[in-house]
Design a protein around this ligand. Structure first.
Ligand SMILES: C[S@@+](CC[C@H](N)C(=O)[O-])C[C@H]1O[C@@H](n2cnc3c(N)ncnc32)[C@H](O)[C@@H]1O
Length: 272
């Protein structure tokens, strides 16, 4: 049976009956495509652990996940949506928490948890970074702006390649599964969206590596050498490390893949 919340008419009627409007500042573009909803749920399966959803909105995905057998905890920042969610999720075993997902203690979730979400565009990058660092997630399946999905899955040398690509590559296997047109949402956003699936590799955070990566990309127009010197890395270590890696002094941060950054970090920090 189709999910009633994938009808734009039902969504408009629900919002108006509760005296609500879609709040742009909270990234409220509600999914109204039954076909895409099904594909998102399929991409998230199997539900081998508790499922966390960030931003249930009117409950379209929450409901589909719960009906497919997932044990869902949904975190919503907008308390105006409480009466709507109580109505749309009635009878389903969903735990609803009204709070900011960026302030949730993610490091305390059970090992093997899943994230499944249509993420608010303005918190996607810090949230995904925070979740990857916890090492607690078995799978993260989420919708983001296409441009952010491209940055998450970019290869060295491509324009989208940067700190986020390396952060994701360090922690997970990343797939951009499919794109969604603006018409899959109500109200339609200005940009395309994509579904991303991250499968963590069980690798902990490496703060020294990411200090180096952030310094390297901090000044994109500079060479890697000049960007690192500008960030205060000792000249002698930088020059020796580039020579040991047979990298030209003209090389730029976007030319280095993750293993090269890891070796560069060891050479710069320990000289070996
Ligand atoms: C793109 S909508 C997705 C709504 C629903 N899941 C859907 O697919 O139709 C993003 C949702 O995230 C909520 N949100 C925005 N910022 C949030 C935050 N910091 N923490 C938790 N939820 C947030 C918004 O209120 C909105 O309900």
């Amino acid at each position: 049976m189709p999910n009633p919340l994938t009808s734009p008419k039902t969504v408009r009627e629900l919002l108006s009956r509760h005296g609500l409007f879609a709040d742009k500042r909270l990234g409220q573009n509600f999914l109204v495509s039954e076909a895409h909803l099904r594909r998102i749920v399929e991409a998230a399966k199997p539900f081998t652990g508790p499922v966390f959803e960030v931003g249930p909105g009117l409950g379209v995905l929450t409901r589909a996940l719960a009906e497919a057998g997932a044990e869902v905890t949904a975190l919503e920042k907008d308390t105006r949506l409480k009466p709507v969610l109580e109505e749309t999720l009635r009878g389903l075993p969903v735990r609803l928490l009204f709070q900011d997902a960026l302030r949730f203690p993610w490091e305390g979730v059970p090992e093997g948890s899943l994230l499944v979400a249509n993420l608010p565009y303005n918190i996607a990058t810090p949230l995904v970074t925070q979740l990857l660092k916890t090492g607690r997630f078995a799978r993260l399946v989420f919708l983001v702006q296409k441009e952010v999905a491209e940055r998450m899955t970019a290869r060295p040398g491509s324009p989208a390649y940067g700190v986020l690509s390396l952060r994701v590559a360090h922690h997970a296997r990343a797939e951009k599964l499919f794109d969604l047109p603006p018409g899959a949402f109500f109200p339609p956003p200005k940009v395309q969206s994509s579904l991303v699936r991250l499968t963590p590799l069980g690798v902990p955070d490496d703060p020294e590596l990411f200090r180096l990566v952030e310094a390297a990309f901090g000044q994109r127009r500079k060479t890697l050498k000049n960007a690192l010197l500008a960030a205060g890395y000792p000249r002698e270590r930088v020059v020796q490390a580039l020579a040991a890696l047979r990298l030209s002094e003209k090389v730029r941060a976007e030319d280095l893949d993750l293993p090269l950054f890891q070796t560069l970090k060891s050479l710069i920090y320990t000289g070996e």
